[in-house]
Design a protein around this ligand. Structure first.
Ligand code: AMP
Length: 415
């Protein structure tokens, strides 16, 4: 299927072509026609599925087909999203897909001075992409009105709940007109989210794409069993592979992220950390350097990394195994975007083995073990298996000069 068959108007088709998009992703193929018909939508989809374009394209089309000729532009679409990084990326997407439509957008998030955001609102804008807290601040100060909003998007609703934004979201909803089209996206659907969705949406169409396990299927996943104290050395060792042009490394804590950056710097590996203690512009700068491949390694905590969208990111390294299995899926979902290839390495120490088990249960597969590396876990004594050099247990090439044990064998041995 091509974008042409979705009845997308020429100015947007042209922009998509310029972006190099030809084929809609499954969520785009399903959601775009529904949204273009003016229906409410409940989308169960996570980042990495192409969901931003799934709502941005039809919103741009609806707004540009029904032009409003007022002296000053009014906010006709509002996108509420949990993090600054996501807001910026969604703003970039609207800019890219809407570049030939004449529509304007502005991005609003906290942690920076509000003046430039307030003045761009004052000038008038068609689409606002915002995090809840700052939007509510500006609303309370009278810097914007949401009375003319025609299309609302609540993005990553479950994360907004996790991050404690639900009250702010409800206050924002109260400032919106009753009659509007609402699009609601969430990767998971816990009871509170279902309730919130039901209170907002009118006879919504449901769209659900790629359950967690199939999203991660295209990513080559390997686990290194390693003593906690050897993780730094292992990371340096793994990064000796020149194939790894850039890597996103996840740590559980901000302090841990800073420590990893220091160790890598000692080994002349360029690295920057991105986490909540850093000023907003330092985080943006780090992300920019990483995207430009000026920094080889970006070290992030989970909150900071939410929504980080780096095209062509091939490697994710879990320096620590997350204690919530879904977090693993979110982390490795930063790679292998829109069908691109991706590899995830996880460093697992003795205490983290139970987290690994939870992850394997969630993704319904065993992760291939890299054996024979330089820093094996002391209590891990693999029995020698016939050499399988060149191919990993998943059928993918094994990391260079590493022996990979078959998952079937490893599965029987148990941990
Ligand atoms: P998202 O799930 O919105 O974060 O999108 C994931 C990534 O896929 C982004 O880097 C998009 O630029 C890219 N993408 C979205 N739709 C398409 C498409 N139809 N073809 C190719 N790449 C796409």
């Amino acid at each position: 299927m091509l974008f042409e068959s979705l009845n997308i108007i020429d100015p947007i088709l042209q922009a998509l072509q310029e972006e190099g998009y030809t084929t809609p992703t499954p969520i785009q193929a399903e959601a775009i026609p529904i949204i273009l018909e003016g229906k409410d939508l409940l989308g169960c989809a996570q980042t990495g599925t192409g969901k931003t374009a799934a709502f941005a394209i039809p919103i741009l089309q609806i707004l540009s087909e029904n032009k409003v000729y007022d002296k000053k532009r009014k906010i006709r679409s509002l996108i509420v999203t949990p993090t600054r990084e996501l807001a910026i990326q969604i703003g970039d997407s609207f800019k890219a897909y809407g570049r030939h439509t004449g529509l304007t957008n502005t991005v609003i998030f906290g942690g920076v001075n509000q003046n430039s955001q307030a003045s761009s609102l004052l000038r008038g804008v068609d689409i606002v992409i915002a995090t809840p807290g700052r939007l509510l601040d500006l609303l309370n100060q009278g810097h914007l009105s949401l009375r003319d909003v025609e299309i609302l998007v609540l993005d990553e609703a479950d994360r907004m709940l996790d991050m404690g934004f639900i009250h702010d979201v409800k206050k924002i909803l109260a400032a919106l007109p009753k009659k509007k089209q609402s699009l609601f996206f969430s990767a998971t659907m816990p009871a509170e989210i279902v309730k919130l969705a039901a209170s907002i949406l009118h006879s919504p169409q449901h769209v659900s794409v790629t359950p967690v396990s199939s999203t991660v299927d295209i990513i080559h996943q390997y686990v290194y069993f390693v003593d906690k104290g050897n993780k730094n050395a292992l990371l340096v060792d793994v990064l000796k592979d020149p194939k790894i042009k850039t890597a996103l490394v996840f740590t559980r804590t901000k302090h841990g992220a800073d420590k990893v950056v220091k160790i890598l710097a000692k080994h002349r590996i360029s690295a920057e950390a991105i986490h909540g203690n850093k000023a907003q512009n330092a985080r943006q700068r780090a992300l920019k350097n990483f995207k430009a491949q000026e920094t080889r390694v970006l070290v992030a905590t989970d909150i900071a990394a939410r929504g980080i969208d780096v095209d062509d990111l091939e490697y994710v390294i879990n320096f620590e195994i997350p204690n919530i299995a879904e977090t693993y899926v979110h982390r490795i979902g930063r790679t292998g975007r829109a069908g691109a290839k991706g590899t995830a390495f996880s460093f697992c120490d003795a205490e983290e083995k139970e987290y690994l088990r939870d992850i394997e249960k969630l993704i319904s597969k065993k992760i291939a073990v890299v054996d024979g590396h330089s820093f094996p876990l002391v209590d891990h004594h693999p029995v020698k298996v016939p050499k399988q050099q060149g191919r990993g247990a998943s059928g993918h090439p094994a990391p260079k000069s590493k022996k990979v044990m078959s998952t079937e064998y490893w599965g029987r041995k148990g941990r």
